[in-house]
Design a protein around this ligand. Structure first.
Ligand code: SF4
Length: 260
């Protein structure tokens, strides 16, 4: 059965119970499905549910960018001990990382938006794409109440950005309060940085605590103003226009085709 043909599956209803969605997905795709998480609150709820359903025999992977908070590694150790889950840590390609940091320095993300995007591409996007190319389905912690950009998150959908594999969001219809209620009721371990004012936790150099009244997004890449969000353009000697990001990426991947 091809994952690219979503109609071949009998999908759960849009607002089906999260446990039922997980049970269906893990049974349908077996060793070709994995949970991905950065160990934030929604991810921990999904891990807890999956561990209850499988006894810990579930595939879980996470992107180890090499720049994570130490508290994230501590939580990974807790997950391993409590649930018996072997978390697969995906690392950037060593050659790509070495070339990027040699050319632009270890803290290139502070220079400009193009270099920040390049860092995310090498440390996150490309390792994720390599992993997803081996799967028929993946499970994520997206929720509709996480903001307008996620307002139309489907519980199950085809992921056309990743070869048409199936993307499962068991908590799509959950609110923030429901997430934390579940965590309290089930004594689920959580990231220590929540108690230090971080509403959203990513790489250490690129996240900070927020002040009361600030949006959660204010803690991510805080040095970038909204006006900076667009990637710059690059004019080549023949007058061609390309994004600065594309130029940087080609410099880091001189012998590698752009297609991922
Ligand atoms: Fe690099 Fe920051 Fe992106 Fe992490 S969040 S990959 S350190 S730019």
């Amino acid at each position: 059965m091809s994952a690219a043909n979503g109609s071949a599956y009998s999908w759960p209803a849009r607002d089906a119970k999260a446990e039922d969605v997980l049970r269906w997905a893990l049974g349908e795709f077996r060793d070709k499905i994995a949970i991905t998480t950065s160990f934030q609150a929604t991810g921990m709820v999904i891990l807890d549910m999956a561990a209850c359903l499988t006894g810990g025999n579930v595939k879980v992977f996470s992107l180890d960018t090499g720049r994570l908070h130490n508290e994230t590694y501590e939580l990974i150790e807790q997950v391993r001990r409590r649930y018996g889950i072997q978390v697969e840590l995906l690392h950037p390609d060593g050659g790509e990382l070495s070339r990027m940091t040699s050319l632009y320095g270890p803290n290139l993300f502070y220079d400009d938006i193009s270099r920040r995007r390049l860092c995310c591409e090498i440390r996150k996007v490309r390792p994720l794409n390599r992993k997803l190319a081996t799967l028929d389905a993946w499970i994520v912690g997206l929720r509709r109440s996480q903001g307008a950009a996620r307002g139309d998150v489907e519980t199950v959908t085809l992921d056309h950005d990743h070869g048409g594999i199936v993307k499962v969001s068991p908590l799509a219809h959950w609110t923030e309060d429901e997430v934390w209620d579940y965590i309290k009721r089930n004594d689920v371990p959580t990231h220590k940085l929540y108690d230090m004012g971080y509403p959203s936790i990513g790489c250490a150099p690129c996240t900070r605590p927020t002040k009361p009244g600030e949006s959660p997004r204010a803690g991510r890449w805080w040095w970038e103003s909204d006006a900076d969000k667009e990637c710059g353009i690059h004019i080549s000697p023949d007058g061609g226009v390309r994004s600065s990001f594309d130029v940087l990426l080609e410099e880091v991947l001189p012998a590698t085709p752009r297609a991922r």
